[in-house]
Design a binder for this molecule. Structure first.
Ligand code: NAD
Length: 482
């Protein structure tokens, strides 16, 4: 039965054929979600295996779609899109029996005779909204968690990566009925309509600005949310860092996907003693990875669309107007919306480049003398999604760890923490709410139901009125000792 339009806050007059499809789909999901929630370990593992097979079958289609969307090199697609999802599936299959098992917990003496446990029950019907920058990984990794948890899922991919969505549709249609996992395509209007529905959980990956819109829409239905957002992830290089390893890791993490990575190093904070050598080695490494004439490289993706391309160029122009100096700019990579790796010094902290998430292959380098300046700068900004420290000094590493906060942290490494499903992945405050991947993702899609099972004939109720002095003494005794 189709829900009442008014109950979900959609004005009947504004309902288009498309929106009515969405409503019917949502109702079908709700009807199916009870059956899916009763699925056992074997059923869920079978679904995950079927998803794995389907991904491998459509590997070429994924590569073709993403190549069309933003010229992403095939090796990078395998490494950063397909393989992480396969890893996530395999990790879930290996651990699912353990995750789904009721967890026994201790019971206080005041509740003597009872047994306590936590059951991980599926939340129900989930909505997963993804961005364009890793259009495959960021839609399917949360789906793995939703399947593991026993939820049905409506997937809303980004409209900016429509060719990748064609491949994802094939994968999903191969292994799921439409009332269990389905894809709803479209931009802001479709997303807005979906957000009015009373989903049991919303998992959103995207910008902090849209994250706020998602959270306020979810609040109307008191739907729980996971928000995987963005931010400016600082990279600190102190006076003791080994520059060879530092530079190759930073070049990899910053310029993969043409810098369009939520956990890419956003800006460098480098000790003055290391700056000159760092820039020299960065240029050498960039030329090693992408060739002396980056116009010929096929190994760097393009910027996703004209809007992002213009935004990055405007940012750079404004920084230069405010006094910044470009110390290295490779030749444009020749593709229509290619921006070559660019290193910038003397950037004003008031420039857009230092105020907004960069999300492209522009890398500001800021010099510091005293590590307190670093902490002051980081603390003056929103808590980032990631923070990186390159150092050989344990004292310095501890100092930066203890005096900053971020969703995740890489020590002598950048962006690789997302590759370990045993670590929680996500932001803090402005960079996100809730964690994903592995068991953390499973928990986001699960209701942790506390179960207290009292088998004794008499329990805490023997302390009910009338409140005699004996009962009062017993309560005082409990308060003092237990
Ligand atoms: P975006 O926030 O513009 O869009 C994300 C999704 O939200 C898209 O599917 C889009 O259709 C939808 N959307 C856009 N505007 C909306 C609105 N007003 N109402 C409802 N839905 C709306 O993000 P993007 O440009 O696609 O991606 C880049 C951002 O995502 C960056 O800020 C980046 O840091 C962040 N990101 C975060 C992570 C993470 O794991 N934390 C990963 C990748 C990207």
């Amino acid at each position: 039965m189709i829900s009442e339009w008014s109950m979900i806050g959609i004005d009947k007059k504004e309902v288009t054929a498309e929106a009515s499809d969405v409503l019917q789909l949502f109702d079908a999901h709700q009807a199916k979600s009870r059956k899916v929630s009763l699925s056992n370990v074997k059923d869920r593992k079978a679904k995950l295996r079927s998803l794995e097979r389907s991904i491998l079958k459509h590997r070429d289609a994924i590569c073709e779609g993403m190549h069309r969307d933003f010229n992403k090199p095939a090796t990078e697609i395998d490494l950063t899109e397909i393989y992480p999802v396969l890893l996530e599936i395999r990790h879930a299959i290996s651990n699912l029996s353990h995750w789904m098992k009721d967890e026994n917990v201790p019971t206080p003496l005041s509740l003597f005779g009872a047994k306590s446990k936590i059951r991980f029950e599926p939340k129900g019907t989930s909505l997963i909204i993804a961005p364009w920058n890793y259009p495959f990984q960021l839609l399917l990794a949360p789906l793995v968690s939703a399947i593991a948890a026993g939820c049905t899922s409506v997937l809303k991919p980004s409209e900016s990566a429509a060719n990748t969505t064609i491949a994802i549709k094939k994968i999903i249609q191969d292994c799921f009925n439409e009332d269990e996992v389905s894809i709803v395509e479209g931009g802001v209007e479709v997303s807005t309509k979906l957000l009015k529905l009373k989903f049991d959980h919303i998992f959103f990956t995207g910008s902090s600005q849209v994250g706020k819109i998602v959270m306020s829409a979810a609040a109307k239905n008191l739907t729980s949310v996971t928000l995987e957002l963005g931010g400016k992830s600082p990279t600190i290089i102190d006076e003791t860092a080994d520059l060879n390893a530092t530079v190759s890791r930073i070049v990899w993490a910053k310029f993969i996907n043409a810098g369009q990575t939520c956990i890419a190093p956003d800006y460098i904070l480098i000790h003055e003693a290391q700056k000159e050598e760092f820039v020299k080695k960065m240029v050498e490494q960039l030329e090693k990875n992408y060739g002396k004439n980056t116009a010929e490289t096929k190994d760097m993706a393009s910027i996703i669309n004209q809007k992002q391309f213009d935004r990055l160029n405007t940012m750079l122009k404004q920084a230069i107007e405010l006094g910044a100096k470009v110390v290295f700019k490779g030749v444009s990579n020749g593709s229509e919306k290619g921006i070559a790796p660019t290193l910038i010094e003397g950037v004003s902290l008031d420039s857009q480049l230092m105020q907004e998430e960069i999300f492209g292959p522009l890398l500001p380098i800021i010099i510091y003398e005293d590590k307190r300046e670093v902490v002051d700068l980081i603390q003056s900004k929103d808590k980032p999604l990631a923070l990186y420290v390159y150092s050989k000094s344990k004292k310095n590493i501890d100092y930066f760890l203890n005096n900053t906060s971020s969703g995740g942290i890489g020590i002598n490494m950048s962006a690789a923490h997302i590759g370990n499903s045993n670590l929680p992945f996500g932001g803090v405050n402005n960079s996100g709410i809730g964690k994903s991947r592995g068991r953390f993702g499973f928990l986001e899609f699960s209701n942790q139901r506390g179960i207290l099972d009292q088998k004794m004939k008499s329990s805490i109720e023997f302390l009910s009125p009338p409140y005699t002095s004996g009962k009062q003494k017993l309560i005082s005794f409990l308060m003092k000792y237990f």
